[in-house]
Design a protein. Structure first.
Length: 256
């Protein structure tokens, strides 16, 4: 599958023990990372031949649910259905801007057996978070948190964080998976940093530093913004895209 690196869509990986990820959002990359239980940031390449590892295919996708049409979302679902027929579908699809009604055609066509949703709409936030997690593996638990900080038109949506636990076959413990959609527009980087603080604090309550976990979504940031460094400073996650560009020997990357 060919995909392009996006400025805002990022996938971060924290491995305690050994794990493998196939993040479709940053091309067909298979980084093998080894982390430590205390959450050290300096992940190192793992020799696949000498260690136990698991392949997890993850697609993080902002479907732009306020700008498209229902035919477009059905077409995305059909692509995922075709991948399922070939047997190479993502294990997890993490959607942003998948507002409830908009996402229905995609969900129906993709036919994932398990799903979870992020924060719903409220009296103050008229649109839900747009976060949906679709999984081939049973979802053992699901939690979400709405961000309290926002600016401008972003405050119309109840943006936040969705965290699920899944149990991929063969893994000795459940995998923690988080997805988010953060403050848009470059001028609101301070609000984005506040949201990152909220996300990190919530993940701390789940003990994520001592667990294998994935954090993927639309962070609306990139390496030349202060919020990007802020997030990596807050958490022990490794940026899969950066890792693959810096370590091409363990990744397969195609750039459009």
């Amino acid at each position: 599958m060919r995909s392009s690196f996006a400025a805002c869509l990022l996938l971060f990986l924290l491995c305690c023990g050994a794990c493998s990820s196939d993040p479709a959002t940053t091309a067909d990359a298979r980084p093998i990372l080894d982390g430590t239980a205390d959450g050290a940031r300096d992940a190192a390449p793992l020799d696949v031949a000498s260690g136990t590892h698991w392949l997890i295919k993850v697609l993080a996708f902002n479907i732009h649910g306020l700008a498209g049409d229902r035919g477009q979302y059905q077409a995305i679902g059909e692509v995922l259905a075709a991948r399922r027929e070939r047997g190479d579908q993502p294990d997890l699809v993490l959607l942003q801007e998948a507002f409830v009604a908009v996402a229905d055609p995609l969900r129906e066509k993709a036919a994932y057996p398990h799903e979870a949703r992020g924060p719903p709409a409220t009296d103050q936030r008229l649109v839900d978070s747009g976060l949906i997690a679709l999984s081939d593996h049973p979802i053992l638990s699901s939690e979400h948190r709405a961000y309290t900080d926002c600016e401008a038109e972003d405050c119309a949506a109840n943006k936040g964080l969705l965290v699920i636990e899944i149990q991929p076959p063969g893994m000795p413990e459940p995998l923690l998976v988080a997805t988010t959609h953060m403050q848009a527009q470059s001028e609101w980087d301070e609000a984005r940093r506040q949201q990152m603080d909220e996300a990190a604090a919530f993940l701390e309550t789940l003990g994520y530093r001592s667990r294998s976990s994935i954090f993927a979504g639309d962070f609306n940031t990139k390496p030349n913004r202060a919020s990007y460094d802020h997030l990596l400073g807050l958490t022990p996650y490794a940026d899969v895209g950066r890792f693959c560009l810096d370590t091409p020997a363990v990744c397969t990357v195609e750039l459009d």
